[in-house]
Ligand binder design. Structure first.
Ligand code: SF4
Length: 391
């Protein structure tokens, strides 16, 4: 956590995909030709609404992140129009701020990637998920391993020097050696950033009924072993494990996502997007209608599609700052900034800290608190115990 500042990150959600993956519970609709112009107009109109009503004029723009869904389903012209509208409404925090676009390998080619770069995209996040065709098919992805590799090379050829590759472990039928092979292939590409996520089986998805009781999925022990193996291989290859699921070459961490973990403000635009403003009080968040048609109708009629809002209480804000801070393996919960905001040090605020320290799950350099390597493997348990003991 860092001292309150006047910067902002903007997230834009594009809720369309070429098909719906059976494990996915993100807000996204499968569609062959999305209403990109109408939707982009709504995002730009929504931005104006929040600039006026939330007093965000004068904020310095640090990052833009366009996620989904599959944002690369939109043309470079529409993505460029959204980016320049956002940049034009804030004071940029430098000449070359981070503008990330999530990319599905099946929706891009060299020409399109070059056009995104001309439109202002400075960072790509490629959803490879696996480099095994069998696994990709098992999770309903439309792209092949070859296409993911090609998309990466096309991105490099188009000039991108900041690329992230996403992988998922714990896939149906996946063995540890299969996972290792995907991780090694990702490392072989030498992207600036690699994210590894465990497959989660979410209620309401086709996978939820297909994998009741986890039959057909790797055991929890096998999943833990996969995660540990990825940590070893990535660190050995020079990637810094800076967040529970994220690894980066030096100086190449995701600036936008780091804002979330540092408890900094962000404005979310688009269907289902969430926003968070940390002041006044203990912070406030709001969120938009998840259905794209409902979102567009609401924006066109009223300028906003906000359907929910909550003001955080002090204890909630402290618990969130703790959970987000501990995710940052390089920084943890920063004692000085925490005290500045809440009036007490994290070690004074979470009574379980000492027991968890004795168990070898947390370390406490100076006034800060960080997860130990053992704590990283048991992070959910640590978060829960710390939250129970919030004073
Ligand atoms: S491409 Fe991504 S957002 Fe779209 S359905 Fe698949 S997992 Fe969900």
């Amino acid at each position: 956590m860092e001292i309150r500042d006047d910067t902002i990150g903007v997230y834009v959600h594009i809720p369309y995909c070429i098909s719906k993956c059976p494990y996915c519970n993100f807000s996204s609709a499968a569609i062959s030709s999305p209403p990109e112009k109408r939707y982009s107009d709504c995002v730009i109109k929504e931005l104006s609404f929040y600039l006026e009503t939330e007093g965000l004029n004068g904020r310095r723009l640090e990052t833009v992140y366009i996620g989904g869904g599959t944002p690369s389903i939109f043309s470079p012209e529409e993505i460029g129009r959204v980016i320049s509208s956002i940049k034009g409404r804030f004071i940029p925090l430098g000449n070359d701020i981070e503008v990330t676009l999530e990319v599905n390998p099946d929706t891009v080619d060299l020409k399109k990637l070059a056009a995104y770069a001309r439109g202002g995209v400075t960072r790509l996040s490629i959803g490879a998920q696996s480099f095994s065709d069998v696994e990709l098919e098992s999770i309903g992805r439309t792209h092949s391993a070859r296409r993911a590799l090609d998309a990466f090379h096309e991105a490099r050829e188009a000039g991108s020097r900041n690329i992230g590759v996403d992988l998922i472990f714990g896939l149906p039928g996946q063995r540890e050696k299969d996972w290792e092979s995907s991780v090694r292939k990702a490392i072989g590409l030498r992207p600036e950033h690699i994210s590894v996520y465990g497959l989660t089986i979410e209620e309401g998805t086709p996978f939820f009924s297909a994998f009741k009781g986890r039959a057909g999925l790797p055991s929890e022990e096998a999943e833990a072993a996969m995660y540990e193996r990825a940590i070893y291989l990535l660190q050995e290859a020079g990637y810094i494990h800076y967040e529970i699921s994220n690894f980066a070459l030096p100086g190449k961490t995701s600036v936008h996502n780091s804002r979330y973990w540092a408890d900094k403000d962000y404005l979310g635009l688009g269907a289902s997007a969430h926003s968070y403003i940390s002041r006044p009080g203990w912070g406030r968040r709001w969120w938009n209608a998840p259905d794209p048609r409902e979102y567009m109708r609401a924006i066109e009629n009223a300028g906003t599609a906000r359907v929910g809002e909550e003001k955080l209480r002090r204890e909630e804000a402290m618990t969130e700052a703790m959970m987000l801070g501990l995710r940052r393996l390089d920084k943890g919960i920063e004692g000085r900034a925490f005290k500045e905001r809440f009036g007490s040090l994290p070690k004074e605020s979470f009574k379980r800290w000492e027991a968890l320290h004795k168990d070898g799950l947390l370390n406490g350099p100076n006034d800060d608190i960080v997860l130990t390597p053992k704590g990283v493997l048991l992070s959910n348990e640590v978060f829960l115990k710390m939250a129970e003991g919030c004073l």
